[in-house]
Design a protein around this ligand. Structure first.
Ligand SMILES: [Zn+2]
Length: 298
C-alpha cells in the first residue's frame, strides 16, 4: 500500500470517529481500562472497528489511546504494554485487510516533564518507543500522537515513533478558543508553534483533534496551513460540549457535522474524522460529503 502521507496528497481521506462512547455502548464500564478490552473483549473492539469501516472510513484507528505504561499503571497493567498494544493493532489489521490503513492511537501519559512535573524526557521517550514498537509488530501503517496539549511531550512522542519504527507519524494537538478569537492549547501553545515544532521533530502529517467542533477547527486548520506545507488532519468533536442535566453532550448530528466538512477541506485538511461525540452515523455522513468533494476535484 502507498504510504499514507503520499496517498493523502492526491485525495481527501476519511478516518474513524469516537472510540470511548462506542465501547461504552457495548458494555465498557466507565473508570475501567478501555485498552484491556483488546485482550479481554476482542470481538467487541473488532465490532467498533468494523462499524466505522462499514460507515466508509478508510483509516481504522486503534483502541490504544491510553496504552502507554504511565496510563496502564493506574490499572496495574504497566507490564503488559507490548501485549495490549500489539493486540489492539492486530485486531484492526484483521478488519482493515489491505484496503484500509491502520492508524494506531498514542495519547498523552498524564504526567509532566521537568520543570513542570517530575518526569525526565528519557522516561517519556522510552515509554512512547515501547508502545510504538508494539504498534509496528502488530501491523500498523501509521501512529497518531493525539490529544496532546504539552508541546514537549508531543515532540518526545514523535521522536520516539520516528527513532524506533518506520511507521508514518501523525501529530494532532488539542486547542481551546481564546477570548481574543485566537486558539492555544491548555499549556499556551499556538497552532503555528505546534506545526513548526512537530514537523521539525519528524511528523509527516500534523493536525488537530478534540476540544473544538468543525467551525472552530476550520480556523485552526487555516492557521496550521499558514505555518507548514505537510498534509493536515482534522478530527473535530461533534460541536462544542454542552452541559445538559449534569451530563456533557455534543450537539451536532451527522448531517450538521458533514456540512462543516467543505470548510475544513478548503482550509487544507486532507484527512477528516471525528473525536468526542462522533459515531459511525457521523462518519457515514462525512464519507458521503468527502465522496462528493473528491469527485468535484476529479
Ligand atoms: Zn475528543
Amino acid at each position: 500500500m502507498i504510504r499514507l502521507e503520499e496517498r493523502v496528497r492526491g485525495e481527501v481521506l476519511v478516518a474513524d470517529g469516537g472510540m470511548g462512547t462506542e465501547l461504552q455502548a457495548l458494555g465498557l464500564v466507565p473508570g475501567t481500562c478501555p485498552e484491556l478490552w483488546c485482550l479481554s473483549q476482542p470481538e467487541r473492539v473488532r465490532a467498533v472497528y468494523r462499524a466505522y469501516r462499514e460507515a466508509g472510513s478508510q483509516i481504522v484507528e486503534t483502541n490504544t489511546f491510553g496504552g502507554n505504561r504511565y496510563k496502564l499503571a493506574h490499572y496495574g497493567l504497566a507490564d503488559r504494554v507490548a501485549e495490549i498494544n500489539r493486540a489492539g493493532v492486530a485486531l484492526a489489521r484483521e478488519v482493515a485487510g489491505s484496503d484500509q490503513y491502520v492508524m494506531a492511537s498514542m495519547g498523552p501519559t498524564g504526567a509532566f516533564l521537568e520543570p513542570y512535573g517530575e518526569e525526565r524526557e528519557e522516561s517519556f521517550l522510552e515509554a512512547f518507543a515501547e508502545q510504538a514498537r508494539a504498534f509496528e509488530a502488530g501491523g500498523a501503517d501509521a501512529v497518531i500522537v493525539e490529544t496532546m496539549t504539552a508541546l514537549e511531550e508531543c515532540c518526545a512522542a514523535i521522536r520516539a515513533v520516528r527513532a524506533s519504527t518506520r511507521l508514518t507519524c501523525l501529530a494532532s494537538f488539542t486547542f481551546d478558543p481564546l477570548a481574543d478569537g485566537g486558539y492555544a492549547s491548555m499549556m499556551g501553545v499556538t497552532p503555528e508553534v505546534f506545526a513548526r515544532e512537530a514537523v521539525a521533530a519528524g511528523a509527516h502529517i500534523v493536525g488537530s483533534n478534540c476540544g473544538l467542533g468543525p467551525v472552530h477547527l476550520t480556523a485552526v486548520i487555516r492557521r496550521l496551513r499558514g505555518a507548514t506545507d505537510v498534509p493536515l488532519l482534522a478530527m473535530p468533536n461533534a460541536g462544542m460540549p454542552e452541559l445538559r442535566d449534569g451530563r456533557t453532550v455534543f450537539p451536532e448530528g451527522p448531517e450538521e457535522m458533514a456540512s462543516g466538512l467543505e470548510g475544513l477541506v478548503a482550509a487544507g485538511a486532507g484527512i477528516v474524522g471525528g473525536c468526542c461525540g462522533t459515531t459511525p452515523a457521523h462518519i457515514a455522513a462525512m464519507a458521503r460529503a468527502v465522496g462528493r468533494l473528491n469527485s468535484v476535484r476529479g
